[in-house]
Design a protein around this ligand. Structure first.
Ligand SMILES: C[S@@+](CC[C@H](N)C(=O)[O-])C[C@H]1O[C@@H](n2cnc3c(N)ncnc32)[C@H](O)[C@@H]1O
Length: 384
């Protein structure tokens, strides 16, 4: 992971989070905004994906959850527990605030739905796992965010490792993101920038795009990607389906080609019915056509965890052993302090996941894949 890029992404989202400080006021502003039809459609796609693949599941892990915009969808899908992680502490604060607001409005909801939101800057850096003893998740989601992990090969590999480490065998990994090929074709071969009333795309990669780190700026008017100045926008990276698929397969994730759901299928291009990278098919009446162009950059994908690769199961065992050893050691060194922490939390003390001193070392994520310059580079050349 490129930590400087990650820091810029965090700053971008931290700046935007408070813009929506009050849900009701935020809702009114959103409804009057230019991008409202796009947001509605994207929310509908996410909802249908969750209703299809997360229905009544006990535990969902949402990676890059933002400000908890999917809270109502999780409740509607009948998910019972959600853990949401995000790089931006301000987005996490807003997610927690929305969750509390929802519980205040619906006091009985707490009996059938719970959520925890935590800031995390390690998803593309090292292993993330819950406290020892916690069950894995039935579904992992990453909505409109996996493109940030295409900054480096190591970042994306570590991200996928975290998906697999936390997902039960048989469980689904569901997501949405812009498709690199769509972004490239919107900008065009010769141009550096695509400018329209609703969407600005600025090419920042040089020459032929590479599998990783092919940067572009994306600003969709009236959305969280919008820049605060003319050069602004969110710094994003081209996503290539073959690369995504190759790295997912290394951690036991197999693409799901057919959703067998008419409602969901109607949101995507008909030609993608049997293809696992499903392009959005927006139809907005009364809006600028470039808003449709902005929406049509995106795809949905679903993977199912078919197997538990050796590297993944052993990492969980090692993590548990390390936690137990550190607890044993700490218990004999500082019984009073650690016992206090356990008592306050109501459970056994765990090490901080975001503290590099205490977590496990960065993983080498062994596998068949040998990286840029070999198989993946060949795949991208085929794509471009
Ligand atoms: C476009 S928002 C999507 C938020 C949410 N998933 C949704 O669909 O509404 C992208 C989110 O990705 C988060 N993000 C970007 N890079 C990340 C990283 N390395 N680790 C965790 N979150 C990250 C940002 O902070 C931001 O909240």
């Amino acid at each position: 992971m490129d930590l400087e890029v990650q820091e810029r992404t965090r700053a971008h989202y931290d700046r935007h989070a408070p813009a929506d400080a009050n849900s009701r006021q935020g809702m009114e502003e959103r409804q009057n905004g230019l991008a409202f039809p796009l947001k509605q459609f994207h929310n509908e796609v996410k909802k249908q994906l969750l209703y299809r693949f997360a229905r009544d599941k006990p535990r969902l892990l949402d990676l890059a959850c933002g400000r908890g915009g999917d809270l109502h969808k999780w409740v509607g899908a009948g998910v019972r527990y959600v853990k949401g992680l995000d790089l931006s502490p301000n987005e996490i604060d807003e997610a927690r605030r929305r969750y509390q607001e929802l519980l205040t409005r619906k006091p009985n909801l707490g009996q059938r739905f719970r959520a925890d939101f935590e800031p995390s800057d390690i998803l593309g850096v090292r292993d993330w796992m819950d406290e020892p003893g916690a069950p894995k998740y039935d579904i992992v989601s990453c909505m409109f965010a996996i493109h940030y992990f295409f900054v480096t090969e190591a970042g994306l590999k570590q991200f996928f490792r975290n998906v697999s480490l936390n997902l039960n065998t048989g469980g689904y990994f569901v997501g949405t993101c812009p498709d690199g090929k769509q972004v490239m074709s919107a900008i065009g071969d010769k141009a550096e920038v695509f400018k329209s009333p609703a969407l600005i795309l600025r090419k920042l990669w040089q020459g032929k795009p590479a599998c990783f780190g092919s940067t572009f700026k994306c600003a969709i008017n009236d959305t969280v990607t919008q820049g605060l100045d003319d050069e602004g926008g969110s710094e994003e990276f081209l996503v290539f389906w073959n690369v995504l698929k190759a790295l997912a397969q290394e951690v036991g994730l197999t693409p799901v080609a057919e959703y067998n759901d008419d409602m969901l299928d109607s949101s995507f291009l008909k030609g993608d019915k049997k293809h696992p990278f499903k392009h959005f098919n927006p139809r907005f009446d009364r809006s600028h056509p470039s808003l449709e162009t902005a929406s049509a950059l995106n795809v949905a994908f679903v993977f199912q965890k078919a197997s538990e690769p050796e590297g993944i199961s052993s990492a969980r065992i090692q993590k548990r052993k390390a936690e137990e050893e550190s607890l044993d050691g700490a218990a004999s060194e500082q019984p009073t302090k650690r016992q206090k922490q356990a008592d306050q939390n109501g459970h056994a003390p765990s090490t901080s996941q975001s503290d590099p001193q205490q977590g496990p070392p960065p993983s080498s994520a062994p596998g068949r894949y040998r990286g840029q310059g070999s198989e993946l580079a060949r795949l991208v050349m085929l794509l471009c």
